[in-house]
Design a protein around this ligand. Structure first.
Ligand code: PLP
Length: 347
């Protein structure tokens, strides 16, 4: 395909809603008779599937979310693409779906981004969101693992607006995932099941939910579709240890590594909700925030637990903002990339 074809998009980069606009092209590959085809890149188009296709019935769908950035020196960076490929394969494995080869995922996305390079504009608040996903396409109503799949990648422009600190509610009725379940996988069903509790919390005036562990409803797991981190006394970065009920977030991992370098004491361990509320009640400085690719960090302003509200530390000298800047600086090439996270497109 001809790389010079890319047209300058006729698109208002200053004023748009995330997620409803794709770029011009998409990637497709299909899995049949035990193998993935080569990928092809085509104009974004509707696809047609049989109503018997298994993705409509039993939830074999897996996705990823990563971003491309224009760096200070003009290069395009696909941040931690290899980590996203590995995680996608862990999700696929959990859902009894076939893995993607490194080249299908990484070369395919790199080629797609190269062709859509005009959509990666040079703007500090802008990124191009990359959504790879795999769906089961075999026609069959019996409950079984599909023998046919489709891998697709679509791209969507994203702008980081100021994100308003969140009022979150600790969810004490519903759970997101359980030991032995599929909470560590980015499969569609986890998100469908999280909508009702989320809508209920909104009705009560909260922006987001904090999920507790399924067994004891005592330990914090995540916040909405983000990992959750706390900074205690301005120097201890504390976050729930990973398990099969917590999504292994790449933003979380990046922040933990950068915080360690910057001299924070990093603690991955069980975090009881009552530890956090007790610390706040005793007047300790507690910062709380969600972490994920979309927003990097989402500051939490208050935590409501069983009807009582607890205010976190949010002043402009909060350490979470410093951590966020460290991560965004690595991605833009303004700070050393000591871990090989920046995956630059050649040529
Ligand atoms: C994707 C996701 C995250 C964040 O992962 P990142 O790799 O940082 O984007 C956290 N929790 C859940 C449930 C997620 O789906």
């Amino acid at each position: 395909m001809n790389h010079t074809e890319t047209r300058k998009p006729d698109f208002d980069f200053d004023n748009f809603t995330f997620g409803i606009q794709s770029t011009d092209r998409m990637l497709l590959a299909s899995y049949q008779q035990g193998e993935w085809s080569d990928y092809k890149i085509a104009p974004v188009q509707s696809i047609s599937l049989s109503p018997l296709a298994m993705c409509f019935h039993y939830g074999q769908t897996v996705f990823e979310g990563l971003k491309a950035f224009r760096m200070k020196d003009g290069n395009i960076n696909i941040f931690r693409m290899e980590s996203h490929w590995k995680r996608m394969n862990r999700s696929l494995e959990r859902m009894a779906m076939p893995p993607l080869s490194r080249s299908l995922f990484m070369d395919g996305i790199a080629e797609l981004i190269k062709m859509e390079a005009d959509w990666v504009i040079d703007d500090p608040d802008y990124s191009l969101y990359i959504r790879p996903f795999v769906i089961a396409t075999e026609k069959k109503l019996g409950v079984d693992a599909s023998k046919e799949y489709l891998f697709m990648v679509v791209l969507s422009p994203m702008r980081a607006y100021y994100n308003k600190p969140l009022h979150v509610k600790v969810e004490t009725e519903y759970i997101r995932s359980a030991p032995g379940g599929a909470g560590a996988a980015k499969n569609g069903g986890n998100y469908g099941a999280s909508l009702l509790p989320q809508i209920n919390a909104k009705k009560e005036g909260f922006d987001q939910i904090i999920w507790l562990d399924a067994r004891e409803k005592k330990y914090i797991e995540e916040s909405g579709t983000m990992n959750i981190l706390f900074i205690l006394e301005g120097k201890r970065l504390v976050t729930p240890a990973l398990s099969d009920s917590i999504l292994d977030g790449i933003t979380r991992d990046s922040l933990l590594k950068l915080a360690g370098e910057a001299g924070f004491l990093v603690e991955e361990r069980p975090v009881a909700i009552e530890e956090i509320t007790a610390r706040i009640e005793q007047g300790e400085r507690v910062e709380a925030f969600g972490a994920g690719t979309a927003a990097v960090i989402s500051p939490i302003e208050s935590i409501n637990y069983r009807g009582k509200s607890f205010a976190t530390y949010l002043k402009s000298d909060a350490e979470m903002y410093r951590l966020k800047d460290m991560l965004t600086d690595v991605r833009k090439g303004l700070k050393a990339d000591n871990y090989g996270w920046n995956q630059l497109l050649d040529g």
